[in-house]
Design a binder for this molecule. Structure first.
Ligand code: NAD
Length: 455
């Protein structure tokens, strides 16, 4: 190991940590540790494994504020958001602590004996996560993987490895046996790639861009690895004229600009029925005036900077000279990777800004004429992760919800993610589901055993 990784604070551009950077050898060593720890970890009695996961949740809870501040500084996210995210990570461990004792099998009626199924752990699971919700997204994978009896190698994003390293330490101190949780900090194309290719890794659970996800799916084929992919999004919020338009407009800014738009669930396409377009835009402008952009560690801040200079450059390319900027917020002066919250309107769904995942604080408002056109526009995207429907007509709400090809929808709300409900995408937004009851199954194989009972 030779190279050093510099971790920067996006709000100040200052280096906040320097870490040794892992390569292929360190990744192989982590997989070997996880492999060695697997036989004993899978044999830990279900109630004992559950107790260890509850102890881990308690240990994370004790470190809650430190983890939130570290995440806020490293990811440039508002401290209030970081507290919520760390809270969710803790809740995810509490939820899946019930998992070891609920990995139920079936008995199936057959001739000549007893047929039964077991849910077996997979072995070593590689977890590859992005920089936008670092510990939270890691927890969505860690908790069900460990609950099901797997051991893990977690590769955090190079830009935000700090809470993952804290997690590794806290897990050891909470009594999780040596080798069960391993964190490797290094480049995706080296350490991540090695995990994907490694013959001793049984599954890859990946969250990140669709482009990298596509490469992972292809590379995983060589060893027939299981994969869960949580990828990009370009979700629509559909506002019908019969909705509480004021409420929809008031909720819209945080549905795009939360986490400075670096959110796979961002409702970055706002589809508005033509006849309420003007009042919607007026209410949206008023709501954007309330958005507080600034220092992530200020308790009142709602939006911080982007993660990096590169990300800011990429986001800026979607707002070139002459772009139809309808509303633009302000940002602090001085250092930091700031980009103002920006609404482009009216935009055609064929425009680049409406087709590609910008992953920054830029929203497109797209007018539509009727329900059929709203559904067609919402579905006219390669993605299908989340979305919202705003209407007072209950039948329409459910009709449209069934017609939109997306994994997670909210009616008269923009919330997508809960610990106890499944999360994941249709189409190029991914494969598989995280969270809720479904995720545990994704970290197990079904084994069928027939026991002959005839004399
Ligand atoms: P990214 O795809 O560039 O990187 C994600 C992770 O993959 C990082 O840890 C990176 O080091 C690693 N990686 C990069 N190249 C690799 C390779 N060749 N092999 C293995 N691993 C590799 O994504 P990002 O820029 O960190 O995150 C932003 C993206 O994540 C956005 O597209 C966003 O929509 C998506 N995302 C999706 C969800 C979801 O649940 N669907 C949640 C958050 C973010």
């Amino acid at each position: 190991m030779s190279a050093t990784l510099q971790v920067r604070e996006p709000a100040t551009e200052q280096v906040m940590a320097e870490l040794p950077q892992a390569g292929v050898a360190e990744t192989d060593a982590a997989v070997a540790r996880a492999k060695a720890a697997f036989p004993a970890w899978r044999r830990v009695a279900p109630a004992a494994r559950a107790a260890l996961l509850r102890d881990l949740a308690d240990a994370l809870d004790a470190a809650r504020e430190d983890l939130a501040r570290l995440e806020a500084r490293n990811a440039g996210k508002p401290i209030a958001s970081a507290r919520g995210e760390i809270g969710m990570a803790i809740e995810t461990f509490r939820y899946y602590a019930a998992g070891p004792e609920r990995l139920l099998g079936d008995t199936i009626p057959v001739a000549g004996g007893i047929d039964m199924t077991f849910r077996e752990p997979l072995g070593v699971v590689g977890l590859i996560v992005p920089w936008n919700f670092p510990l939270t997204i890691a927890a969505w994978k860690l908790a069900p993987a460990l609950a099901a009896g797997n051991t893990v190698v977690l590769k955090p994003a190079e830009l935000t490895p700090l809470t993952a390293l804290e997690f590794e330490r806290i897990a050891r101190e909470a009594g999780i046996p040596e080798g069960v949780v391993n964190v490797v900090v290094g480049p995706g194309r080296v350490c991540g790639q090695r995990l994907v290719e490694h013959p001793d890794v049984a599954k890859i659970a990946f969250t990140g861009s669709t482009e990298v996800g596509r490469g992972i799916a292809a590379a995983a084929a060589a060893t027939i690895k299981r994969v869960t992919l949580e990828l990009g999004g370009k979700s629509a919020s559909v506002v019908f004229a019969d909705a509480d338009v004021e409420r929809a407009a008031a909720a819209a800014p945080l549905a795009v600009f939360d986490n400075a738009g670096q959110d796979c669930c961002a409702r970055s396409r706002i589809l508005v029925e033509q006849r309420v377009y003007e009042p919607f835009m007026a209410a949206l402008e008023a709501a954007m005036g309330e958005l507080r952009v600034g220092d992530p560690l200020d308790e009142r801040t709602q939006m911080g900077p982007l993660i990096s200079a590169g990300q800011r450059e990429s986001v800026a390319s979607y707002v070139p000279e002459g772009a139809p900027v309808a509303i633009r917020g302000t940002v602090p002066e001085g250092p930091g990777y700031w980009f103002p919250p920006t609404v482009l309107a009216p935009v055609a769904n064929t425009d680049r800004a409406a087709r590609e995942e910008i992953f920054g604080p830029v929203a497109c408002v797209i007018p539509f004429a009727d329900e059929a056109q709203a559904i067609a526009l919402a579905n006219d995207t390669p993605y299908g992760l989340s979305g919202s429907i705003w209407t007072r007509d209950g039948a329409r709400a459910l009709r449209v919800a069934r017609a939109i090809d997306t994994g997670v929808l909210s009616i008269n709300s923009n919330s997508s993610v809960r610990v106890s409900t499944p999360f994941g995408g249709f189409k190029q937004s991914g494969v598989g589901r995280e969270l809720g009851p479904h995720a545990l199954e994704a970290y197990t194989e079904v084994k069928n055993v027939f026991y002959a009972t005839e004399e």
